[in-house]
Ligand binder design. Structure first.
Ligand code: PA5
Length: 435
């Protein structure tokens, strides 16, 4: 199990405070698993993890093998929940620079359709020049503007390069099983398709083909990802007490919120975690931020951001708490070297493992922030591997569902997202959106 350490929140909260919310946490977890709360038609994600490999997963692996063998580059088109999960997974497991040195047999993976930037589009076109490529287009609704524009342009590039028949063999659509423009196009053009279950909302869809196809193309073992998620589903739904880290995390963050801590900073110590921070931000932000309520989720990367936001965290407005994510050190160690001249004065660290230095930075930061009045929750992940990744996804999804019900909001809708779209469509003159 993932470990949630709350020993660094006690300056601000007490054990009786925690025990006082136990019934609320229990009720929220019941509401979620019994399907009696608001948004209960979007609970399909709860049972996505399975012990045995499904036919859909086998098909995903076959498609991934095909893409790996015939493409130098794989472009994944999507936005929000149809984008953040796969990118987070790949960057956490393989690093932000995972594309370096990749090509046929292990294609580079780029993400598109998550911006309207012309510069980003021009850059992608340059990256694709002279390359064999395939596309995955991910959209549950099938009508989201950003991915639809990117897909139209990339499909055109693909058709121009290969002709219509081969282009159609290189397009994979991940969408609703029956509804939407993308489903209709896929049926008409004969693209291979994978399903986003109607009962799994976008930000809870990473354990469907949305996340699994890109992960498999990146060479990850999606059976292990699912195994970890399945074990998480079994364990974290069985234990109904504060021995369950889901209860601790969901309960404590709500208690802190009630005590004026309206911003949660998720701090990781791995550059590869940055997009995972983005996935978590969307999961909690879109699920909880409504009805005038919600903890504002912000993600940072230490030690880099200690040199930017560190000052604010240490001495700014005291409305924040931190959740620090820690992983075990990797097997391959790095050691600080010795230098005869020692002009940089670093010889006091010579022979020390880099991870030891990182650990002291973590402990020093933790103590400083707690002294500065910032309660810190530490999430100890243990070893980082494909199964742990699956566990982590399910863990945070479950925490989010429980936490939002404690907060008293529907975790599974996002009515606020429509406002910018309505204005944009009006300005763009989309039929049906006239003033
Ligand atoms: O979590 C959500 O539901 C959203 O972030 C969606 O995933 C996002 O808006 C993309 O929607 P779609 O998959 O319909 O293109």
């Amino acid at each position: 199990m993932i470990k949630v350490d709350i020993s660094n929140v006690w300056g601000q909260l007490s054990l009786p405070d925690l025990l006082a919310v136990e019934q609320e946490v229990a009720a929220a977890h019941e509401t979620l698993t019994n399907g009696t709360g608001d948004g209960n038609d979007f609970l399909g994600w709860l049972d996505l993890p399975v012990a045995e490999e499904t036919e859909e997963m086998k098909r995903i692996r076959r498609a991934a093998d095909r893409i790996r063998s015939n493409s130098d580059v794989f472009v994944v088109i999507g936005i929000g929940g149809s984008y953040l999960g796969p990118r987070a997974a790949i960057e956490l497991m393989q690093g932000c620079n995972h594309n370096i040195g990749k090509g046929r047999g292990n294609p580079q993976i780029y993400f598109a359709g998550n911006t309207l930037s012309t510069r980003a589009w021009n850059e992608l076109q340059r990256l694709l020049e002279g390359k064999d490529f395939s596309l995955a287009v991910i959209s549950k609704s099938g009508t989201t503007t950003e991915p639809a524009i990117a897909f139209r342009a990339l499909k055109w590039l693909l058709e121009r390069k290969y002709g219509t028949d081969e282009a159609n063999r290189r397009i994979y659509a991940i969408t609703d099983p029956a509804k939407g423009a993308l489903r209709q196009m896929a049926t008409e053009e004969g693209w291979e398709t994978f399903v986003i279950p109607p009962a799994a909302g976008g930000r809870f869809s990473v354990l469907t083909a949305v996340g699994l196809l890109p992960m498999a193309v990146a060479g990850m073992d999606i059976r292990q990802v699912m195994r970890g998620a399945f074990e998480a589903k079994e364990q974290y739904n069985r234990v109904r007490s504060f021995e369950n880290p889901v209860w601790l995390y969901a309960g404590i963050r709500n208690l802190l919120y009630r005590n004026g801590k309206t911003t949660e900073i998720m701090a990781s110590w791995e550059p590869g975690y940055k997009m995972m921070g983005g996935w978590w931000q969307q999961l909690f932000g879109e699920s909880e931020g409504k009805d005038g309520k919600g903890i504002f989720p912000v993600s940072v990367e230490f030690t880099a951001d200690l040199h930017s936001l560190g000052q604010m965290i240490q001495q700014g407005e005291r409305n924040i708490f931190e959740t620090m994510i820690r992983f075990d050190a990797p097997e391959q160690v790095a050691v600080v070297g010795s230098d005869v001249k020692n002009l940089d004065g670093l010889n006091y660290l010579a022979g020390k493992q880099l991870d030891f230095v990182d650990e002291q930075a973590y402990l020093g930061t933790l103590a400083a922030h707690v002294d500065g009045g910032v309660p810190v929750i530490t999430v100890e992940m243990g070893e980082l591997n494909d199964a742990k990744l699956g566990e982590l996804f399910y863990f945070f999804e479950l925490c989010c569902g429980v936490s939002a019900y404690i907060l008293g909001v529907n975790p599974f809708n996002q009515p606020g997202v429509e406002f910018y779209k309505r204005n944009m469509f009006q300005l763009l003159g989309k039929p049906g959106y006239e003033k």
